[in-house]
Write a protein that binds this ligand. Structure first.
Ligand SMILES: C[S@@+](CC[C@H](N)C(=O)[O-])C[C@H]1O[C@@H](n2cnc3c(N)ncnc32)[C@H](O)[C@@H]1O
Length: 441
């Protein structure tokens, strides 16, 4: 069994990812820590009561964590100190960075000294963390404690999910189960842009000079609720006041056929620039319609006719994405009909499409308690993680761990699929992409 402590647990995206990644292993989250009452309620609603400890993580000490003897720590600390969206981000000196630094530089060394430190650690944060002094401090501490480190910058887009959410991931493992030597990295290195054997490095297609790397991404329609056009009283309709504002053209307007959305932050529905909204009237040209609206509002003629130019924009049937749609884009829940298809041959399938088409299990849907308001749902999802990307990352971490065990010991205790099983230590050919390992802790 893999025993886990989850810090900054929110609604439990890391917990869900770990379960999805290791369906053949018994994973037990012994305790989750977060001070947010709404997030903790949603967590308990989905994972059961008695796991979340609502406390300030800054108040935790080694003596509190020692009894758990956890194998793994999951951490997704506050990202405001590091986000590139915040020009005043203070990094290490931001008070919101304090509890994470306390855990990593004070609590962890004490546990390791007592031989009770976790053997694997996963940290998730925003892109921007990799240039922070917090990262430098944490890497130095981990290296001094004999942890081996691997770092990634990954976005759901590179797995075929139509959402741009570039995130930083740090995987640390303590001797003797560390990453393969070539994969150890040091404070000076840049994070990797792909997981080994999980497709090419991520290069934003908008920055590519040629089409050398093609990503096949599922169209948004797979992730949408079955919805009629929203009425003006729908909570998802874009308020007329906002549509009339001069900032409305700054929305990122996407259609069901689109293969990209923006990040969806905790402030979704309260921001215009960089917020993706859906145009349900797919046949209308967005730019032409906005141009026609601008001309109509500038001319007197339409006013004389009593035609409200806003009707032009209303004909686009614009709306916010619903929380259930965001839960699908963040891979908490699977697409309802599994329609899929980027239309390409199987070899061109994205990682996520291949996962969906081979996945036979019907997972229980992640839900919100009825008492969670719409605003809170958006905030909590915006704070959370892409479950598929994290599950791929943790799968890499845990399978590396398994690999180490197999290289160091007799493999006969392990159940290996599609690979040679023998009574001697084995070398695994990583060039075989479908190599599948079942591991027993
Ligand atoms: C980026 S979110 C993590 C989201 C989470 N991984 C999920 O899937 O929802 C950060 C979380 O840390 C919590 N948090 C921040 N500082 C904290 C502290 N000092 N003590 C306890 N919780 C804290 C916030 O309430 C928030 O839920």
């Amino acid at each position: 069994m893999l025993s886990v402590l989850e810090f900054y647990s929110g609604i439990g995206g890391l917990h869900l990812a770990l379960k999805r990644a290791n369906s053949t292993t018994c994973v037990k989250v012994l305790r989750a820590f977060d001070w947010d009452p709404s997030a903790s309620e949603v967590y308990s609603h989905n994972f059961g009561g008695g796991i979340v400890n609502r406390c300030d993580i800054l108040s935790l000490n080694a003596i509190d964590l020692l009894p758990y003897e956890a194998d793994m720590w999951l951490l997704s600390p506050a990202c405001q100190p590091y986000t590139v969206l915040n020009p005043n981000a203070k990094g290490e000196t931001d008070p919101r960075a304090k509890s994470f630094l306390h855990l990593m530089t004070s609590v962890l060394p004490e546990l390791v000294t007592q031989r009770k430190g976790p053997r694997c650690i996963l940290v998730e944060n925003v892109a921007g963390f990799e240039t922070s002094t917090t990262r430098q401090v944490v890497l130095k501490t981990l290296e001094s404690l004999q942890y081996y480190i691997s770092e990634f910058l990954l976005t759901p887009l590179q797995f075929g999910i139509p959402n741009s959410r570039l995130r930083y991931y740090l995987l640390a493992r303590r001797d003797p189960f560390h990453f393969l030597p070539s994969e150890d990295i040091h404070s000076e290195s840049d994070p990797r842009r792909s997981i080994p054997n999980e497709g090419p490095d991520w290069i934003d297609p908008r920055l590519q000079v040629d089409d050398s790397v093609n990503y096949s991404v599922l169209p948004l329609r797979n992730f949408l609720d079955e919805q009629d056009y929203p009425s003006s009283s729908s909570p998802y309709a874009i308020p007329k006041k906002i549509l009339r504002s001069k900032h409305a053209p700054l929305f990122d307007i996407v259609k069901p056929c689109s293969t990209r959305t923006c990040c969806f932050t905790r402030g979704y529905t309260h921001m215009i620039e960089g917020s993706s909204i859906l145009q349900q009237a797919e046949d209308l040209d967005t730019t032409d319609t906005f141009n026609a609206y601008a001309i109509a509002t500038a001319s007197d003629a339409s006013h004389k006719d009593n035609n409200d130019p806003l009707e032009l924009l209303l004909s686009l049937h614009l709306r916010y994405f619903t929380p259930t749609e965001l839960l699908r884009l963040f891979c908490f829940n699977l697409p309802p009909n599994r329609v899929l298809s980027t239309g390409g041959p199987a070899a061109m399938m994205s990682s996520y499409e291949a996962y969906l088409s081979s996945s036979r299990s019907s997972t229980r849907d992640f839900t919100f308690p009825d008492t969670t308001s719409l605003k809170t749902r958006y905030r909590l999802i915006g704070n959370s993680v892409n479950v598929y990307v994290v599950s791929k990352t943790t799968n890499y971490e845990v399978s590396q761990d398994t690999l180490r065990k197999m290289c160091l010991s007799d493999v006969s205790g392990y159940d290996i699929l599609n690979g040679a099983v023998s009574g001697t230590p084995c070398i695994i050919d990583w060039s075989v992409p479908e190599f599948d390992i079942r591991f027993i802790f």
